[in-house]
Design a protein around this ligand. Structure first.
Ligand code: GDP
Ligand code: K
Ligand code: MG
Length: 299
């Protein structure tokens, strides 16, 4: 009997905002680790999800959106994304079949051509179109790049995700099990908690808020004697008008953000949570590197 060697590797997920990268990652990992929303640039940092089975381990990296940078945070995100493409064993380039080809895809494909890493085309949201519409799209994308595989899926409903996973495992080299089998992410709880809070703020507010928001965790403490966890966090915005929006009439908005975030944090930690939220104005935080470091952005 020939011995099957353990395989392990790193896979980057890239694509335009909202194509479903985080949804896919969460489905594969089977747990909510990357926040999802219908607003672009929800994911700012690289989030790793670890998939482990009997003979393989795949570490997925949900890469922040590749796009032309407009400010320092944009620069940072681009750098993370480009370095990631070179370091991984495989790239999953995800597109949304509902939208079809766009200029954002063109920009990403130019970046892909600068690396030798194998690339799969993942055509997501097939639950939204008729199968007949898929074929011309496949033909169009084939012309653009020499994809190793082209795989249509629905990250939301789970269609064909197993097939994709099987193909991914074929491209991962022999290697060690980097993480314990029960570990699904290498991000500290602190970061995930701040992301969960930021997600609620994104969901509950409008256009002008999303890009101006950051969440800093001030404290996470297990209170003596009890099995409850106390979390204190500050929502940072750029203008006092935004502070007003986040707080809301008689504090209603902030209360709602806290209520929803607390439910998710309780699920994450598996214990009762007391969440205290503050709001602070910090002008122009996106252009100040020291602040970026404070919020957990690291190159
Ligand atoms: P990301 O910006 O690429 O990480 O995209 P998200 O994972 O945050 O998803 C953006 C939106 O698309 C969310 O509202 C998802 O629920 C939705 N979405 C993701 N995958 C699918 C899918 O397969 N089908 C449909 N119908 N919606 C999806
Ligand atoms: K998104
Ligand atoms: Mg995302």
């Amino acid at each position: 009997m020939s011995e099957q060697k353990f395989k392990s590797g790193f896979v980057s997920i890239i694509g335009r905002p909202n194509v479903g990268k985080s949804t896919f990652l969460n489905r594969v990992i089977g747990q909510k680790i990357a926040i999802m929303s219908d607003k672009p640039q929800t994911t700012r940092n690289k989030i790793q999800g670890v998939y482990t089975d009997n003979d393989s381990q795949v570490i997925f990296i949900d890469t922040p959106g590749i796009h032309k940078p407009k400010h320092k945070l944009g620069d940072f995100m681009m750098k993370v994304a480009q370095n990631t493409l070179r370091e991984v064993d495989l790239v999953l380039f995800m597109m949304n079949v509902e939208q079809g080809f766009g200029r954002g895809d063109e920009f990403i494909i130019e970046r892909l051509k600068e690396t030798n890493t194998p690339v799969f085309l993942v055509m997501n949201k097939i639950d939204q179109i008729h199968p007949d519409e898929l074929f011309p799209l496949i033909e169009q994308y084939k012309e653009l790049y020499d994809f190793k595989e082209i795989i249509p899926i629905s990250a939301l409903e789970g269609n064909n995700v197993d097939t994709l996973l099987e193909q991914v495992k074929r491209y991962v080299p022999e290697g060690p099990q980097y993480y314990p089998a029960d570990q699904v992410t290498d991000h500290p709880e602190r970061f995930i908690i701040s992301e969960l809070i930021r997600e609620k703020a994104l969901h509950l507010t409008r256009e002008e808020i999303p890009h101006s928001i950051a969440v800093a965790i001030e404290a996470i403490e297990r209170r003596e004697g009890g099995n409850a966890v106390y979390v204190s966090a500050t929502v940072v915005v750029e203008r006092s008008s935004q502070k007003g929006i986040i707080i809301g009439k008689q504090g209603k908005m902030l209360k709602e953000i806290g209520k929803r975030a607390r439910v998710d944090i309780e699920n994450l930690l598996g214990s009762k949570v007391f969440l205290e939220l503050w709001v602070k104005v910090q002008k122009d935080w996106r252009n100040r590197s020291t602040h970026l470091r404070d919020f957990g952005f690291r190159a």
